[in-house]
Design a protein around this ligand. Sequence first.
Ligand code: S3P
Length: 175
Amino acid sequence: MKNLVLTGFMGTGKSEVGRILSEKLLYTLIDSDSMIEKEQNMSITDIFRLHGEEAFRDIESDVISRLSKLENVVISTGGGAVLRESNLDTLREKGLIVCLTAEAETIFKRVENNQDRPLLQVDNPLQKIRELLLIREPYYKNADIIINTEGKSPEDIAFEILREVKQNEFSQNPI
Ligand code: S3P
């Protein structure tokens, strides 16, 4: 089976769902943000603060292009990774792109007490979430599988993804 690549806005549950999927599939879980922090020896917040978003996106693209070459992995990407089309193109070579979605209010509730998302450290984070969702919607729609996470547990979401993946694989290679 192909790699699974989790995309979607901050707070849609990519990390937790990724963990469950990797356990079920016996795949290695790789989180691109954690890899960036490890390689740069710096938090995402500090990378944004010291070098800015564009520099972060360059680092992110470099990490993603290396991760794309691996096999039997679940890759959890940062919420803005979809913004560069080349990221999804390379990830798709060996992977199925899954996008997790949620309403702005739900995302807000999940991230409001969290300080490690530099893009949301503004006076009105809910409005910022709405703005970013609007800009990013067309990019998230490029995924192969889109899963609405509203009202679902991470286990339910993982189960739904695996069901969709099987259907997707069957439609690509019918017997
Ligand atoms: C970002 C999402 C974050 C992280 C960075 C930028 C974004 O990852 O990559 O703060 O642009 O949406 P999570 O989606 O894992 O929070």
